[in-house]
Design a protein around this ligand. Structure first.
Ligand SMILES: [Zn+2]
Length: 277
């Protein structure tokens, strides 16, 4: 999965730190990221790469580290006109290499999006400022504190003997088969959320709900919590047509391998195909 970057180590601890020349610059504009073209592909530029530009270091804000290299976000800068810089859409990180930098790029974008969407206090309209002791934004007028936007969502592999339930979404760009998933409501446990989403989307009951793995999914500011479950009773699917265009039971042989297992949903589908769940 995208966060499985071993032997590299991700360190998200909050820090106030000055950049060094070998640290990385993440510059985002809306849903694009600045990359540097190098040979066949792209790399994330360092402060060294950008040394010809106006001094970026005073404007840089520490994000996190991977191993001994820090990543900084520089919001207020212009992309250099020369030298091979490009603004690319964030989906590039679905296939970007090396994987630990794909993870850095997409994770940084989630922090950037949170900053951009919380520039003013939702309570009093005051200007938000960066917290000094933790990753937070604090209102300069009323003191309201905002923490990073992370929305929990469940995803579940529902088994019926040797068959797996898969579905296709009715809307959106993603057209491949997927597992049942949905956002956790206020006041709901993850297990209750699994039961509710499965009932709403395909009209089925489930039992033996077991935690599988979780996954930060920065593309949608989500933390996916993966589960397995068994069908409980009637296997007749009643589709919620607003959300799904089709759903059905598939044998292990019928489960399609999509090749790139960066999501917990794909890993669950592969685990079912391989007979490990
Ligand atoms: Zn306020």
């Amino acid at each position: 999965m995208i966060q499985d970057i071993a032997p590299h180590t991700y360190d998200p601890a909050f820090r106030i730190q000055e950049p060094s020349d070998r640290d990385y610059v993440l510059h985002y504009e809306y849903n694009k990221v600045m990359l540097l073209k190098e040979r066949e592909g792209y790399v994330i530029p360092t402060f060294e790469d950008l040394k010809e530009e106006e001094d970026l270091k005073p404007k840089a804000r520490y994000l996190f580290s991977i191993d001994d290299r820090a990543y900084f976000c520089v919001t207020d800068m212009k992309m250099p006109e020369f030298g091979g810089y490009v603004m690319e859409g964030l989906p590039i990180f679905r296939t970007f290499e090396p994987l630990h930098q794909a993870f850095a790029g997409i994770t940084g974008s989630q922090i950037y999006r949170w900053w951009q969407s919380r520039r003013y206090c939702g309570h009093c309209g005051g200007k938000m400022e960066h917290g000094e002791k933790e990753r937070s934004l604090v209102c300069s007028k009323c003191g309201q504190t905002e923490y990073p936007k992370i929305s929990p969502a469940v995803i579940v592999a529902i088994k019926n003997g040797d068959k797996l339930l898969m579905s296709r979404y009715a809307k959106g760009a993603y057209r491949n088969y997927a597992l049942i998933a949905g956002f956790v409501e206020i006041g709901e446990t993850f297990e209750d959320c699994v039961r509710r989403e499965v009932m709403e989307e395909v009209g089925l009951k489930v039992k033996n709900i077991r935690y599988y793995k979780s996954q930060p999914w920065a593309f949608s500011d989500t933390e996916m919590i993966g589960f397995t479950a068994d069908l409980d009773g009637d296997d007749r699917i009643r589709l919620e047509e607003d959300e799904l265009s089709e759903a059905g039971w598939f044998t292990r042989d019928e489960v399609v391998e999509y090749g790139n297992f960066i999501s917990v949903g794909h890993e669950l589908m592969k685990a079912f195909k391989d007979g490990t769940i």
